[in-house]
Structure formats: C-alpha cells, structure tokens
Design a protein around this ligand. Structure first.
Ligand code: ARG
Length: 301
C-alpha cells in the first residue's frame, strides 16, 4: 500500500487562508549535524560558484571559519553533533545534502537518502545513512532512480508538517510524491530556473511560520506565487546579497535565531526589525564551493 501523498504545484491548490493552521504542528529541531572540513577542497566544477576555484581553498582558514560557525550554533543552544570526515569526500562538509530527515505522523524518525548527481558526492551518502541509523532513524532509499539532493532541495516549513520541494538541476520532481507519503506531509513544488541557484537552499529560507527569505528571480513563476501565498512576511533578497553573500543560505532555528554570512546588511536589518536574533559568520572559503551556513548543517529533532 502506498501512503497517501499530496503535491501542490500551483496556488489554486492551496485550500484556504487557514492553510498553515490546518497543518499539524512539528517540533523545532534542537540538534544539528556538521562535518569538519578536514578534507574539504574544490577540485572540479559542480556549480557556477566553483568556476576558477580549483586549488584556491585555504584549508586552515576554512577550518577556522567552520569552528566559529560550530561555536555560534552551540551558543544558540543547539546540540551540535559531528560526523567524521572521510578522505576523498571533498564536499562532505556540506551536510545538508546527503539525506532528508524528519518525523513521520507517528513521530518515527525517518531518513531519506539522497541520490547525488556527482559521483564524488554519492560516496558521502552511505556514511550519513550509517550515522542516522545509529541515531535510531529508519533509512529509506527512494524508488525510481531519480536524483535527490536531500535537505539542499527539500526544506521543512518551520513548525508545521509541510515540505518545500525544490527541483531542477540536482533533484527530480518525481521524488516528492514518495517523500510526501513517507512523512505524511504535503510537498509544495518550487521549480528552480537559473543555473546559479542550483539548490533551493541557495535562494529560499523559511525562517519561521510566516517569514521567509527569498531571491525571487531564481524561482519559476508558479513557485513565486506559492511562496507569496503562504508567507505573510517576505524578505526579498537582492542579487548582490543572494549571489555574493549567500544571504538565502541562512540557517534559522527555533523560529527565532538566524545565522548567515556576514555583510548582508539589508537582509540582516529586515530580520532584526522583525525581531529575529541574527548572528553573522564568515563562510568565504565555503562560498568558493557554492555553499554557506545552511549547507553546512542538517537540523534534526
Ligand atoms: N560543492 C557542493 C556541490 O556543488 C556545494 C553544496 C552546497 N550545499 C547546499 N546545500 N547548497 O554539491
């Protein structure tokens, strides 16, 4: 028996004004999984940010930036867990991508494995599967052989049983009916339409139930409309802050704390005005690989 799945791909399918209120509440994650950048490197071009960056990583500097990020997350009160880095897995520091984790409607811990586009990243997945299995997660490999890059493209709506499902370069839309069924959560589909914003977490960040950061040009019209329908406080991030400073790759916790790359003054100001506690960190070495704060975390309950 296939569990029931709900896919929302245009605004007409969003039932009522009380759409969010009608969705079951979900606990805010209090743990994050990180991976030390011991073997972090740029040796090929998996996304446009990586062009001309081969051999340009200062690993000692990367380690310092990562240590500071880890400290910031701990200071917020998060329990930071570490997965040991593996030699030859140069992107393993980006722990958002290998899996998508959460609770099903019986509060069982479910871990869906990514099916990564690039061979070097496929090697990371078994290590994460073993790690989450040890934490008591039920491990699921998706049917059908479609690409899926985990929490880089699939994002939980803060505090509600709802998933935002990005797709385009790294994830196929077909995966989301199975994912919706596994978590008993509707999935709102967001088609990515540019080369640069290759994962949903590079252009969209739900911060709390009603607030999100978004760089609209990265998303197709249908997705823009869906986001406008669901969030009442939208912080539209401009080209500079989205591209040069990865402002949308912020990580938000407890519906209150937001951690992002330093320097996005407009985004930071809007967040502060809305009452969020903002922490700015340096992720310059990781942006050379096309990732910032959110990419280096996987939040779990
Ligand atoms: N170099 C990595 C890649 O292209 C960066 C991944 C960034 N992660 C993210 N969740 N956006 O796969």
């Amino acid at each position: 028996m296939t569990p029931q799945s709900t896919i929302i791909s245009h605004v007409g399918q969003i039932p009522s004004r009380n759409f969010l209120d009608d969705l079951p509440r979900m606990p805010h994650p209090n743990s994050v999984l990180m991976c030390s950048p011991e073997y972090f490197d740029v040796i090929d071009v998996k996304n446009p940010f990586m062009e001309n960056q081969s051999g340009k990583i200062d690993r000692a500097h990367a380690q310092k930036q990562w240590d500071a990020l880890r400290r910031s997350l701990a200071e917020i009160g998060l329990n930071v867990e570490l997965i040991p880095p593996v030699s030859g897995c140069e992107d393993m520091v980006f722990t958002a991508n290998q899996t998508f984790v959460g609770l099903d409607d019986n509060q069982h811990k479910i871990c869906v494995l990514g099916r990564m586009k690039f061979a070097s990243r496929q090697r990371e997945v078994p290590h994460f599967a073993a790690w989450f299995k040890r934490q008591g997660y039920e491990i699921h490999a998706l049917n059908g052989g479609y690409l899926f890059e985990g929490g880089g493209d699939a994002l939980w709506h803060p505090g509600r049983r709802l998933i935002w499902g990005g797709y385009g370069q790294r994830t196929a839309p077909e995966v989301y009916s199975e994912i919706s069924g596994l978590f008993a959560a509707p999935v709102v589909l967001l088609p990515l339409q540019t080369e640069r914003f290759y994962h949903l977490d590079t252009c969209f960040c739900p911060v709390d139930e009603t607030t999100a950061l978004v760089h609209f040009p990265a998303l197709a019209e249908s997705g823009q409309e869906l986001i406008r329908r669901v969030f009442t406080n939208l912080i539209e991030v401009d080209e500079h802050e989205a591209t040069d400073l990865f402002a949308c790759n912020a990580a938000a916790f407890h519906g209150r704390n937001v951690v992002l790359q330093r320097g996005s003054s407009k985004t930071t100001q809007r967040l502060s005005e809305l009452g969020f506690q903002v922490r700015q960190v340096e992720t310059g070495e990781f942006m050379k690989s096309g990732g910032s704060v959110f990419c280096m975390t996987t939040a779990f309950v």
